[in-house]
Design a protein around this ligand. Sequence first.
Ligand code: TXA
Ligand code: MG
Length: 367
Amino acid sequence: MKTEVLPVDPLAPAAEPIRRAAEVLQRGGTVAFPTETVYGLGANAWDAAAVRRIFAAKGRPPDNPLIVHVAQRRGMEEVVRAVPPEAEELMRSFWPGPLTLVLPRHPAVPDVVTGGLETVGVRMPAHPVALALIEAAGVPVAAPSANRSGRPSPTEAGHVLEDLDGRIDLLLDAGPTGVGVESTVLDLTCRPPVLLRPGGVTLEELRSVLGEVAVGGSEGAAERPRSPGMKYTHYAPRAPMVVVEGAVSSSALARAVWALAEEEAGAGRRVGILATAETAPFYQQMASSWPPAGAPPPLVLVVGERSRPASVAAGLFATLRRFDASGVDFIVAEGVPEEGIGLAIMNRLRKAAGYRIRRISPPGGPG
Ligand code: TXA
Ligand code: MG
């Protein structure tokens, strides 16, 4: 299979590439397309054979359900059994946008989409290309992130090709996505609603609309899932990774990260540091007196600015992929505060690290 790549303007997609991609979906093919979060790999949600092609291309376990993407209110009504009042409020507040609602599924939705579950995840993405494509296809579009299973989600068309070139029919290249982490997944089939995956819409925003929201589920906000199955080893870079966490100053954080980097380099490993704009100057300074004899100094990659967590989210997956490509043997990553989008960032970082965490305390602070 040859993967066709069509460039498309992210703000004003031309009719021709959209028409071509919609045609591929209508005849049962697979199309990678941009959303405001990450690139998705889409197929006609009504076509079980087409949806199976997604699982095959990604190497995805069949019991991990897909999100159904819609462009209109009517589209969502076709895939769920009923729309509860909380869903109405959330859609008014956050759609189109990075919020996936888990609701009882309509019986017409194929089992392969929901992994056999009686519920379906549905969202309306806030990206002109995604909306135009779904609209033109005239069907709901089932789409997971467009990466090989276990790789970081793609935030650029190049990432999609790295993982899936020759395994999918078409890719709409609209440049980098905006949010950078995937949508928030919220289960509305229980009370209070349960946050299954933190994402682009924050827990604080959900609570401002719904009041109570529980945190948990298989992709539990930040903690290790209760029964970690093979299917939850997501977002893993190739090198082992540790996350350094703690409410300390940028300089104290950088010193703790550097100490770990020295330890690993002393053991003969080539180390990468996932850094931020605020800590980068400290690493530069410490590199001038890099001690481990013969060991190359760490590869420091700046993911974004700590003072602008949205910039860290936007750069996160691309930076993990750069570490993969660089051939480092070990990654030390800076944590960020778990507020706002920071909850989603820490969820992805901890998973990428296999829950290997080094906590540091402020001087005079507890333990
Ligand atoms: O931002 C996003 O959500 C991106 C873009 C492409 O829309 N999509 C995405 O899909 O991240 P995926 O398949 O990589 O992640 C979907 C997550 C999985 O953790 C899946 O288990 C969960 O949503 N999910 C989907 N349907 C569900 C359901 N019915 N019940 C519980 N969890 C569900
Ligand atoms: Mg995914």
